[in-house]
Design a binder for this molecule. Structure first.
Ligand code: NAP
Length: 506
């Protein structure tokens, strides 16, 4: 494929931040299957490499952007402006066809001689603005003003600090629709603009090698961009799904749903979307035409009052972890946690119900509520133990169960409710991996132990249960099963590849 053919694809630009030109070539070779453009961040090069800048385009088979970024824009170039101009002049002064495709200079940079030289051999100027603290109010006008020559590409890399900021950035994309520009949001609130660049109308998106210096906050690895988010296929018609939470970037859900979309041949992408105020989700969803959403901490309860329709599980549990825009007007809320939790037990007990089973649930938070609801529905007798006893009592009263504290009396009762023990607290979850919320309980080996934490894959408490010979079910199984239910709600299709989900990858 020729370079000009490649440029018609969604443009994915690998920012090169190694200390020598040859090390940068090694990085290109490593990721060449995922990218179709390069940005040489010459500010990361050793000083002795800088007089070789004009050779670099010949060392690569791809269009290259040359950038020597100053410290005030987040770069590492410490020399004077005179030295920088000299370096840029030398770098673009080549008479063969293998020259830089673009030179990135900042919005306040003016040197007509250099700009003429850049333009004279067909190199285009990217005129860029960087805001590492926020988003300038009149960003659309600023971008228009950055197009100073007919071939210039205006660029703004800005930092949304809230969902509200992200909304204003998406509005700038809409206002400048059809106009050539590079526009991206840095940091976790801006993350989705990097993935959706081709749909929103950014000329390119940037990635960095994970093993080197990150060129800007929010860059992800080239293989993650292509294999997890299938960047090369993103287009205006790609349906948008995601998971909302605060924080959100740690979520495993994109690894599940994106795999399902790819395997099912559905033109859709599933993104981690950082939402601080739940009200702002609905504005964002309208702007991006989001089709379905998973909801995680802290929005599972607060979202309910904004919904037109909820199913029975949301009503009973009082928490919602899935929204879908189906045929009904507005969003419908579901809770797939209860379903995800019970699936592994259904496979163990087959058609038998849990009637007669005596089960202890440790914890009385949101997850426990979904779990107690479904256990009761299946006919089990449940004992709820919680650090804060009043919460155990409240949950027990709502679902007609027994209750107690996480103390010696509570533990004593457990020996009478130990067909299954379900752990639903945060204790033992990364980074608190040395905690064991049930340390005074001694497993007999006959219990089924069910851990809802999925990170780490084996908690300290779960390891004790394994050592005692118990059958164990991991939080990963619950997580995957609740996501499978969501996938069905989103698409009307069964998840195609449950056994291929890999949490470790990307
Ligand atoms: P939540 O509503 O905040 O409830 C937290 C619960 O943990 C409360 O009962 C709290 O007790 C207890 N707790 C926290 N720290 C503790 C400690 N150091 N010792 C003893 N108890 C402690 O949270 P949630 O939404 O229920 O989530 C809880 C857990 O479930 C998380 O680990 C999450 O990963 C897991 N989860 C897993 C899945 C899955 O798909 N696998 C789905 C949902 C949730 P107090 O009332 O005394 O504060």
């Amino acid at each position: 494929m020729t370079n000009s053919q490649k440029m018609k694809e969604n443009r994915l630009c690998l920012a090169l931040t190694e200390s020598t030109l040859s090390k940068n070539v090694d990085i290109i070779n490593k990721y060449k299957n995922y990218i179709n453009m390069l940005e040489l961040r010459a500010d990361f090069l050793k000083s002795e490499e800088l007089d070789q800048l004009n050779r670099f385009p010949q060392m690569t088979g791809l269009p290259v952007i040359l950038t020597i970024r100053r410290e005030k824009e987040g770069g590492t170039f410490k020399g004077s402006e005179k030295e920088r101009i000299k370096l840029l002049n030398n770098a673009v002064s080549v008479n063969n066809t293998k020259h830089y495709a673009f030179v990135d200079i900042e919005d306040d940079f003016h040197n007509q001689d250099l700009e003429n030289r850049i333009n004279s051999n067909g190199t285009r100027i990217i005129r860029s603005l960087h805001d590492t603290d926020g988003i300038p109010e009149n960003l659309a006008d600023i971008l228009k003003g950055l197009r100073q020559g007919p071939n210039d590409i205006p660029k703004a890399a800005v930092t949304p600090a809230s969902t509200k900021d992200l909304i204003s950035l998406i509005k700038v994309f809409k206002e400048l629709e059809g106009q050539e520009k590079i526009l991206l949001g840095m940091g976790s609130f801006g993350f989705i603009t990097r993935i959706l660049a081709p749909a929103l109308g950014s000329y390119l998106s940037y990635v960095s090698a994970p093993d080197g210096n990150q060129a800007a906050p929010g860059h992800i690895a080239p293989d993650t961009m292509q294999e997890l988010y299938r960047y090369k296929n993103i287009n205006k018609k790609t349906k948008i799904y995601g998971v909302i939470g605060n924080p959100i970037m740690h979520s495993f859900s994109p690894k599940i749903h994106n795999k399902g979309f790819i395997k099912s041949g559905i033109d859709a992408v599933y993104l981690p979307i950082h939402i601080d105020r739940i009200e702002d989700y609905f504005t964002l969803a309208e702007l991006l035409d989001i089709k379905g959403i998973s909801i995680t901490i802290p929005h599972k309860q607060s979202i309910i009052r904004h919904l037109e329709n909820v199913d029975e599980t949301v009503e009973k549990i009082g928490a919602c972890n899935t929204l879908h825009k189906g045929n009904k007007k507005g969003w419908t809320g579901y809770n797939s946690d209860a379903w995800g939790f019970i699936e592994p037990l259904n496979s163990i007990f087959k058609k038998d119900s849990l009637s007669g089973k005596k089960i202890t649930v440790v914890g009385a938070g949101g997850a426990a509520r979904a779990i107690v609801y479904i256990l009761q529905k299946k006919g089990a007798s449940v004992l709820i133990l919680n650090r804060t006893e009043e919460k155990a009592q409240k949950l027990a009263e709502d679902f007609n169960c027994s209750w107690g504290g996480l103390n010696s009396r509570g533990i004593e009762k457990t020996y009478d409710y130990n067909d299954i023990i379900v752990q639903t607290t945060n204790a033992g979850m990364y980074p608190d991996i040395h905690s064991d919320p049930f340390s005074d309980y001694s497993f007999t080996g006959k219990e089924i132990f069910y851990e809802t934490i999925y990170n780490p894959p084996v908690t300290k408490l779960m390891q004790r249960a394994i050592n005692a010979g118990c059958k164990v079910i991991s939080g990963k199984e619950m997580l995957i099963n609740q996501a499978l239910k969501q996938f069905y709600l989103f698409t009307g299709k069964q998840f195609p590849c449950k056994n291929e989900i890999e949490f470790g990858k990307y």
